[in-house]
Design a protein around this ligand. Sequence first.
Ligand SMILES: [Zn+2]
Length: 300
Amino acid sequence: MYAKRISEKIYLLDTYALGIPGTVGAYLLKGPKPALVDCGYASSYEAVLKGLAEVGVMPSDVRYIIPTHVHLDHAGAAGRLLREMPNAEVLAHERGVPHLIDPTKLVESSTRVFGESIMALYGLPEPIAAERVTGVGAEAHLDLGDGLTVTLMHSPGHAPHQISVLVDGARSLLTADAVGIVYPDLKALIPTTPPPSFDPSQLVATVATLRQTSPAELLLPHFAARKDVEWVFDRTAELVESWVRQVSRMRKQNVGLDQAAESMEKTVAADAGVEGLPVYARVSVRTSVMGILHYLEKGG
Ligand SMILES: [Zn+2]
C-alpha cells in the first residue's frame, strides 16, 4: 500500500525511501486542484505515482507540487514527476527556488554530507524549468477548490527556506521538518538538525509560531499523523536545545562525529526502550549530529 487516507481530502503517500516503508512520506491534498506536498527522493518517484494511482488521481490531474524545502527527501523527485504532470506548477519558498532550478550546489553539499554511494541510492534531482516554479514569501494562501484551502507558512530553522502547510478547515498541519522525526516503530523523537543551515533558535521560534495555529493534528514527513500535538512540539523544542548542549560539550572534549553520533544514538535507543536503532534511524541521528557540529563550527 502506497497511500493511506488521513481524512476526507488528505492522503499520506509512502515514498518507500530506499525501499523502506514508513520513513519518508509525502501528502496529497485532494481537491479539484490536487496538490502534492513533498515528493521524496528522486529514486522514489515511481512510488509516488503508485500512491496517486491508489487514490485515483492521474498525474495529469496534479496542479501543484509543493516541496516544503529543497532537501533531497522532500524535493528530490519533483523534477522527474513534473515530466509526468504537464499541468502542475511548483510552489516553494523563494529562497529555495534557485536550488530547484539549478540543483548543482545542493547536490554538492548533499554529497559532502552523505557520500557518493548513498547519493546514488537517493538519485539526483532533475533541474526544474524556471517558468514552472513560483516562489512564496512569509505566507501564502492557496485555493484547491471545493472549500479546500491551505496556508503556506515560512518555517525556518531546519532549513532557512522551509515552509509548513496548514489545511485551513481540518486544521491539519503538514509540519515539514519543523518538528522532529518520530518513526512508527520507534517510540522516541529524533531532532532534525542537518547541515548546512540548521539554526536552533530559529527552529525553536518556528515551533512556537506553528503552535499558535492550534493544529488538530500534525502530519509528519517522517512519519505520518500525530494527534499528540503538544508532545511533538514540546519534545522537539526540548530536544533541539538539549542535543545542541550535549554535542557542544562533546565537541569541547574533542569527541569526533562518530563517537558523538554513537552517544546520541544511545540516548534515542534508551528513550525508545530498545537495544539498538534501525539503520535509517542511525542515519537520521548521525545527520542531525553533523548539522549541530556544523552549526557550532560556524560559531554557533
Ligand atoms: Zn526530511
